[in-house]
Design a protein around this ligand. Structure first.
Ligand SMILES: *Cc1c(COP(=O)(O)O)cnc(C)c1O
Length: 363
């Protein structure tokens, strides 16, 4: 078994629980093996050294976590080359995204996002009574011009964009991000959830622009989605504004401790990330040969336009009937796309052979 098959769920390379049933009936037993490629999760186990930190931290179950996540924020500051005042730690980066909405908006205000983008922003905007202004993004490998952004996002309290973007997987050169940030006074939230699968990052811009806030997470490249560890990195005043409204004990002892350990052992992830990049390549080439149009991805998933007369939902259901779960999107323009997360080599073998079977039967 190659290192790229060392998944958490064992050599079958498939998860045992039905993701649809996970929320509806968590007590039922499912015998079938499911291949979950719908949430961009990382299939690999934590490095052993990080796992021991988690188990050790569990022994602290009876005490409150460190207030303000000081140790974790210091570790992040060292790793990112910034001061601890420039870092906020969150229960996942989505907690921090939520804090930005709370801190910067009152009901009736507007927020802007590059669209298609991270769907969670729709929910946050609605929850905060804000209008979501969507700057349509046609060429996903370049940002719209500043003028185009201003036309739509002019009245927004802040602008959110992800790079690499979800669900497209595309990556915009950092010089273009810098141009956008330099040309506006609005806060720009640069969500770098997938940065470890990409060629570059916007970290170096943080010290140059007070209106840039970077989001990072350990959910994707560091296989810690279930532990909820994320960061915001930016101007001390912005960070302090977010921290002032943050729940006192937002993170738990395991998340804090694993977070510190991951920063200390980032090298241990290199092989796992290589595996994902290899499988991403394969998951780009094989469906392309079947008539899919797969967008070149810089993340741990690919967005593919399905061939033939059926839409993305049809493909999603056909795959699901064969126990392979992928994502589709309700947004206009994405009806004919499916998003496939990159799993282990074995999971991708299963996925690709099912895709090929369905393509053979559907055409
Ligand atoms: C997965 C994802 C996140 C991660 O959220 P966490 O709360 O850190 O798990 C953030 N932004 C985008 C665009 C994502 O796809």
């Amino acid at each position: 078994m190659s290192a790229c098959n060392e998944s958490l769920s064992g050599p079958s390379g498939a998860h045992k629980s039905d993701p649809a049933a996970r929320t509806s009936d968590i007590t039922s037993v499912h015998r079938t093996a499911y291949v979950n490629l719908n949430r961009n999760e990382n299939p690999f186990p934590l490095p052993a050294v990080v796992m021991s930190a988690a188990l050790e931290a569990f022994k602290e179950h009876n005490v409150y976590p460190e207030e303000d996540s000081g140790s974790l924020r210091s570790a992040a500051a060292r790793a990112y080359g910034v001061s601890v005042e420039q870092v906020i730690a969150g229960n996942g980066s989505s907690e921090i995204l939520g804090l930005i909405y709370q801190a910067y908006l009152t009901a009736g205000d507007a927020v802007a996002m590059l669209s298609p983008g991270f769907g969670f922003n729709h929910k946050l905007a609605a929850a905060n009574g804000a209008h979501l202004l969507e700057v349509q993004w046609a060429d996903h490998n370049a940002l719209p011009t500043a003028q185009r952004v201003r036309q739509t996002a002019g009245g927004a309290k802040f602008i959110v964009l992800a790079n690499p973007n979800n669900p497209t997987g595309t990556f915009v050169p950092i010089v273009e991000i810098e141009r956008l940030v330099a040309e506006t006074d609005q806060l720009v939230v640069l969500d770098e959830a997938y940065v470890d699968f990409a060629p570059d990052s916007g970290l170096r811009l943080v010290d140059r622009y007070q209106n840039l806030l970077l989001l990072r997470t350990f959910s994707k490249s560091y296989a810690a989605a279930g532990l909820r560890i994320g960061f915001g990195v930016g101007d001390p005043q912005v960070i302090s504004r977010l921290r002032s409204i943050q729940n006192l004990f937002n993170m738990n002892v395991i998340g804090q401790s694993v977070g510190v350990s991951i920063f200390e052992h980032r090298d241990a992830y290199r092989g796992r990330i290589e595996c994902i990049l290899q499988e991403r390549e394969r998951t780009t080439l094989a469906p392309s040969a079947l008539g899919f149009h797969v967008m070149p991805s810089h993340a741990n998933f690919v967005l593919a336009r399905v061939p033939g007369r059926y839409d993305g939902r049809w493909w999603q259901r056909a795959l699901q009937a064969r126990n392979v779960y992928v994502a589709t999107f309700p947004e206009q323009g994405l009806e004919h796309f499916v998003r496939i997360s990159i799993g282990t080599a074995e999971q991708m073998d299963t996925c690709l052979s099912v895709v090929s079977d369905i393509a053979g039967a559907a055409t």
